[in-house]
Design a protein around this ligand. Structure first.
Ligand SMILES: Cc1cc2nc3c(=O)[nH]c(=O)nc-3n(C[C@H](O)[C@H](O)[C@H](O)COP(=O)(O)OP(=O)(O)OC[C@H]3O[C@@H](n4cnc5c(N)ncnc54)[C@H](O)[C@@H]3O)c2cc1C
Length: 373
């Protein structure tokens, strides 16, 4: 069955690849295989508007059911890629079905890392899928004590959304400051202060020493400083693992073949702009078009009604210059290394991003973001 282009993974990069193939005039079969039951949807609202109850699941779908029909794109939902026969060009599915391909796009994203020893507790959550978000939304109530373990972007956003809905939130981070890869220490400290001003209890440099439960419910965490944190629900947001374990030879080896391509988080990305770019770039490669220039991609986040947008990867000893009013949540900062701008962050100033992106692009001797394989 099938042939043409088969896309394993129905997330952002897979969707963008399918769209760009049709936009580029590709007339062959396109099949998107996803282990989720939902048609492709956008993930950023999961920790923001959808969790806050401001958006419903139908509003975060990339396209309507009619669009897939009109475009002749087949959606195979609720069945995961489980293996690959590279010589016979067959994608093997969990159900036992096989799908033939001329080109295979590996776009299976990543999954949330679990906390070892926590499997038996029903009040522990992760947040990667729409089903995860609905499950978490259903238990967030005013007065509920939510612990968020891990102060990365998802942890920051959920802490903000939950406290906005009356939950009592404790945000726990193992490192002395959060988001070391994305934020200069002065910016990370600003973000910690913002969470505290909004009522989130932030514990830094704190590691879990023991889980204290009763039956299938986790009741408290014992931290390595001896303190005890009581809880009703806990979100574990301690990083992700690429969904590449179904591949026989690892994604690097496979994507060296001309008929197999990788895009998005499974290929080493971790943010939206890069996954969208890589999905399109793979389509262009399949269409035989030359590689498009790689944009200087960045990330964004919404925390307590403030938009944060970051570009580049700062290091702790880089120089940082602020412009604007950090106290009023309206500023931007440029981070330089040896006098060369390498990273930037805008807070409440989306209008500054095109200029900052241009500044960094002009100075980039090497592109920090990874190109699609
Ligand atoms: C809650 C949340 C909030 C986010 N907010 C932001 C943000 O504000 N800004 C930002 O820049 N980035 C954000 N991101 C990151 C961004 O959404 C991701 O970088 C992007 O979705 C990656 O796209 P992808 O196509 O690589 O993977 P995904 O979108 O994860 O899609 C992969 C799909 O493949 C499916 N799959 C997995 N294994 C298999 C298999 N074996 N067979 C078939 N299908 C499979 C998965 O279930 C999933 O549907 C957020 C992510 C999350 C989870």
């Amino acid at each position: 069955m099938s042939a043409g282009v088969v896309i394993a993974g129905g997330g952002l990069s897979g969707q963008r690849c399918a769209e760009a193939l049709r936009q580029g005039g590709y007339g062959g079969a396109i099949t998107i295989v996803s282990n989720e039951a939902h048609p492709p949807y956008d993930r950023p609202p999961l920790s923001k508007a959808l969790l806050a109850g401001e958006k419903e699941q139908t509003e975060i779908s990339f396209r309507s059911a009619d669009w897939y029909e009109e475009q002749g794109i087949e959606l195979l939902l609720g069945d995961g890629a489980a293996g690959l026969d590279v010589e016979r060009r067959k994608l093997l599915l969990e159900s036992g079905a096989q799908v033939d391909y001329e080109h295979l796009v590996i776009a299976t994203g990543s999954r949330a890392r679990q906390l070892p020893g926590s499997e038996q507790y029903e009040n522990i959550h992760s947040l990667r899928t729409l089903d995860d978000a609905i499950r978490l939304r259903d238990v967030l109530r005013p007065g509920k004590r939510l612990v968020v373990l891990g102060a990365g972007l998802i942890g920051q956003e959920v802490a903000a959304t939950a406290i906005g809905h009356g939950a009592e939130v404790t945000l726990i981070e193992a490192e002395p400051l959060p988001l070391a890869r994305a934020l200069h220490p002065e910016m990370a400290q600003w973000l910690v202060d913002l969470q505290r001003e909004e009522g989130v209890e932030v514990k830094l440099g704190a590691r879990v020493a023991e889980l204290i439960g009763d039956g299938d419910r986790l009741e408290a965490l014992l931290l390595d400083d001896g303190s005890r944190v009581e809880l009703d629900e806990m979100l574990v947001a301690i990083g992700v693992i690429p969904n590449s374990d179904w591949l026989p030879d690892g994604i690097g080896l496979l994507t060296a073949r001309p008929d197999i391509h990788g895009a998005g988080d499974v290929a080493g990305g971790d943010h939206w702009e890069l996954a969208a770019h890589q999905g399109k770039a793979v389509a262009h490669a399949i269409l035989g078009q030359g590689p498009a220039p790689v944009p200087f991609t960045g990330w964004w986040s919404d925390v307590h009604g403030v938009r944060l947008q970051g570009l580049g990867q700062p290091a702790a000893n880089d120089e940082i210059v602020f412009e604007g009013s950090p106290g009023e949540r309206d500023f931007h900062a440029v981070v330089s290394r040896d006098g060369v701008p390498v990273a930037a962050l805008a807070v409440g100033q989306p209008r500054e991003i095109p200029r900052l992106r241009k500044l960094l692009t002009e100075h980039a001797s090497t592109q920090p973001a990874k190109e699609a394989a």
